[in-house]
Design a protein around this ligand. Sequence first.
Ligand code: HEC
Length: 136
Amino acid sequence: MKPLAFVLFAVASGASAQSMDPTFVDQKQAAQVTGEQIFQHICQGCHMPDAKGAVGAGHYPALANNPKLAARAYPVAMVMGGRGGMPPFGMLLTDAQVADVVNYVRTHFGNHYTDALTAEDVKPFRPPTPTPSRGH
Ligand code: HEC
């Protein structure tokens, strides 16, 4: 019973925190996922867990030791808008989550770019999106 009670409490307190923002309730924002988790759930499927990329059914460039990540705007634009075989993730992730996953990739896998991005830095890259839907 204890774990369930804890979950219910977490959900209830999360819901009340969310209700303070009248604009848009988004479960993903309440979930507090880290950049590492976003990488593992989204990016590594194509770029591989070691971020070294893959060539096979498509060409997935390495993010490891990638000098193109020196420019913060480049990976942000890729994640927000996609390009070629890279799908856009702007609609799936919040500004903070885009910043988190880009910060994660830019400071791991042999990359040492420590000028971290914030949600505010990322916002201008967001392509125009249709009105968010509450889903099913
Ligand atoms: C469905 C497969 C797929 C997923 C998932 C994916 N990517 Fe990509 N990514 C690609 C492909 C393909 C390219 C090359 C696109 C091109 O150059 O046309 C690419 C390119 C990139 C580049 C540019 C690399 C370079 O050297 O030019 C970055 C940065 C990048 N991806 C980051 C990410 C991040 C961060 C995530 C997770 C949020 C992610 N990708 C998820 C397929 C994917």
